[in-house]
Design a protein around this ligand. Sequence first.
Ligand code: NCD
Length: 307
Amino acid sequence: MRQDHLVAAGQLSRADVERLLDRAAEFDAALDAGGDLPASYPEKLLALCFYEPSTRTKMSFEAAMKRLGGDVVDMGGVDASSVKKGESLADTVRVIEGYADGLVLRHPREGAAKMAAEFVDAPVINAGDGAGHHPSQTLLDLYTIRESAGLDDLTIGIVGDLKYGRTVHSLATALTEFDARMHFVSPESLRLPRSVRFDLHEAGAQVREHTELEEVLPELDVLYVTRIQRERFPDEDEYQKVAGEYRIDAETLDAARDDLTVMHPLPRVDEIAPEIDDTEHADYFEQAHNGVPVRMALLDLLFQNHE
Ligand code: NCD
């Protein structure tokens, strides 16, 4: 990765991903052992600019920065900030850059992080731009897959809201760098956007689309489940038509391999029955925990590149 911003998963080559995941494993091991970290940044401040709700992404960036010895400054909710007074994103990020050494931005508009990165010199991390991308989530997803099923010779099923799910767009893009067979399962109305399908095709990815999970479940190493993104639907009736379409419960998994890994970026609503949580299949809480070492590795890399 040449730039010191992370705005889309397409920026990451296979070598970039492998280097980052190896570095994350070093942070992970050091955190577990309570030993010395491979790097620390006691002088750095990270700005958290979240224009949309977040629990995991925001808190794990905060935890990562604090574990690195630094600290965060938080813009707070949109209602409490000058955004409410009509300030533009470009102005806000230019001001915030003066307070911090890097910016983490989540925004409802696609392309927001890319735009912000044009206005500021400090590293910008896209923590979700509308229905666009969420590349740091992808890094922790890849870390989790590497630990469970491995990234080589992978058969993955990605199910749910493929249209609005930004974690899906980033993950699918990143997987084109690996030897992965991708099965996309969704209702017709929530298929992958044409632009993402085009990019996958251009990259020569092995992709198939389905409406029924049963068609592919027995072959899968990993099942990546996503929430139907209710807040992005222009029409509540359209949401109601597809809500609850692919609920995974113990009975569903009867047809799966014993070593199937079930992932979910979380939050879940009712896509995965709680009875799955205590099974060997469930990896979603581990996946969320991986957010801290992976984001430590990402911050480490971006700060180094920026020097
Ligand atoms: C996701 C997001 O915000 O895109 N959550 C996350 O960052 N872990 C997925 C979602 O909201 O469904």
